[in-house]
Ligand binder design. Structure first.
Ligand code: AMP
Length: 185
């Protein structure tokens, strides 16, 4: 199974990603978290990504596309994966399909956690990390609507979008996702 999950900061992706990966037995690639690790260990990629991550801006597509290519070539992800935090732009979504074509793989579903903007704001300000300034949190939400939401128009006509009401309880959300996933593709 190959899945991407989409949702703004505070949409509840992390919890669902963990449950899905556990039950489907697939590795979870949390791209934002891997980037933060690369910054900490001061790798070449970390140095390139750092100024963007610190400001809540998106790391340029060219850097991200190369990075995700390397991640998906790792042997532990050959049989399936869940990508959290990627793609984040329509260009990345398209490039991901090209990459998968090269690897003779295909994406099963893009799962979107649909939550109103006011709820995203409340939730992400409450749980923001110590190093996040409120204006950076706001900027992430703004970028989510500008750059990530257009991805829905990429996956929807291709029949790969699961648009999930993210205001339900975590249990309900998980159940809804599982019902759709049993209709395998
Ligand atoms: P996250 O933990 O998913 O919020 O990601 C943390 C930061 O990493 C984001 O604010 C961006 O600066 C960067 N980032 C993560 N994923 C991407 C992506 N797909 N494209 C560009 N930048 C990204």
């Amino acid at each position: 199974m190959r899945l991407v999950i989409l949702g703004g900061p505070g949409a509840g992706k992390g919890t669902q990603a963990q449950l899905l990966c556990r039950d489907l037995g697939i590795p979870c690639l949390d791209i934002g978290q891997i980037l933060r690790q690369k910054i900490k260990s001061d790798t070449e990629l970390g140095r390139q990504a750092k100024p963007y991550v610190e400001q809540g801006e998106l790391v340029p597509d060219e850097i991200m596309i190369q990075f995700v290519r390397q991640q998906l070539l790792e042997p532990n992800v050959a049989k399936g994966w869940l990508l959290d935090g990627y793609p984040r732009t329509a260009f990345q979504a398209e490039e991901l399909d090209f990459l998968l074509e090269d690897l003779d793989q295909r994406l099963n579903w893009a799962i979107y956690f649909n939550v109103p903007e006011t709820v995203l704001k409340q939730r992400s300000l409450v749980r923001s990390r110590a190093d996040d300034q409120p204006e950076i949190v706001e900027r992430r939400i703004e970028l989510f609507y500008q750059r990530t939401v257009p991805i829905l128009e990429y996956y929807e006509p291709r029949g790969r979008l699961l648009d999930i009401n993210g205001e339900q309880s975590p249990e309900q959300i998980y159940q809804t996702i599982c019902q759709h996933l049993t209709v395998d593709r």
